[in-house]
Design a protein around this ligand. Sequence first.
Ligand code: SF4
Length: 440
Amino acid sequence: MKTKVNKLKKYFNKMFVGLALLSLVIALIYQQDVQKKDVLGVIQTGEPSAVRFEALEGNYPSYKLWDVAGNSLGYGVMADASGYGGKLNVIVIVEDSGLIKSVILVDNHETPLYLKKVVDSGFLNAFYDHPVEDNTTGVDTVSGATVTSKGILTAVQKGIVQIGNNELGLHISTGSSIIYDWKDLTVVGLILLAIISAACNLRKLRPWVLVLSVLIIGFLTNASLTLGNFSGLISGNFPIMVERPVWYILVPGLLIITIVWGRNIYCSWLCPFGAVQEGVFYSLNLINFSPSANVRSRVAQARWLMLWLAVMLALVFNNSGIASYEPFAVFFDGRGNTAQWVMTIIVVLFSIAQLRFWCQGFCPVGLILNFTARLKRKVKILMKQKRQDNSEPTQCTQCSNTKCAQKDDLLSSHDKILIGITVLVNALILMVLIQNIIQV
Ligand code: SF4
């Protein structure tokens, strides 16, 4: 009987995984379709009076515009550049006189809160009436959202240089579009240090590397890996390589290292929030909190559901930034929505009682990296099993006839506390996702 129930469970598990993957594929197809925008519709977001347009030559899609009476409205150009979460696209409307009339953000994959900061600062309006021949001189990036605002600035520069030089007979020089600076180089240096230390098994260096990661990846650059990064990767929203090379080292680079090495080096050597949780636990742990391994592993299963939901929402709303529900930005940059603040406080407080509380029960990034690290081992095991024509059962069967099964029913008070906190944090994650969608 027990074996039948187990078989049924396995069957349903496989079915749920299959359905989850299928729904993600459908959402991805839908997102690619949403990205194909109607040209006139996009132009009208920048110049509502435009009813007729004619395509012009150039690297970026650009158009001559007319109103209903046939009067010229100038030019519209759509250009893109790299933001924090991937490419962002703008449409710039330039009058025949060479003044910028409007800059509208058409698409982006930025963390909603950072984008809100840029928009609320009036950054997009700063281009109004700016002569294209001055390029973007005098328009400054927004502090605290530098990468996002620099991305918008770069996209505007690309657009107006094309219109100025090709249509208005000007000679505007292109500025540098490379966004990395010395801070990015410190991140690259730290990644190299961690790889070398891990490869040479220099465990004594680990605490120092983690302290550096808190300072550099945490507070200095706030460049922790997030689910938003992976969501961007899935949907193909990569930043332009020459503009944000550090993104390629951090996101696909670390992922490839994890797959090839079969080891999640980011979580053990580089993650600043993992380091903070360890620091909190080892320096403040005064409580003997010991929920059973069984309950811990069961409540952690909810991570898959949250991961799936966040990626689905990011695809459906065409913005990978929506998927970033982690507490990293709140902790290292003091930025987050209300639910994120409450969640971060709970997580940090509970890290006193349980080592790496967020990592073990909620973190989608750790889940992805651990899964990828295990892939290599799984492939190896599968190949070995094939060779041996293994007919032995690989699953633990003790649950069918031993105390193991009984343990499911006996919840200690610590188990109940853990279940309660897990439900609360997951409810807060849902609220974070909802607030992210509202802020887009
Ligand atoms: S599980 Fe998440 S928070 Fe923990 S170390 Fe890994 S990435 Fe960092």
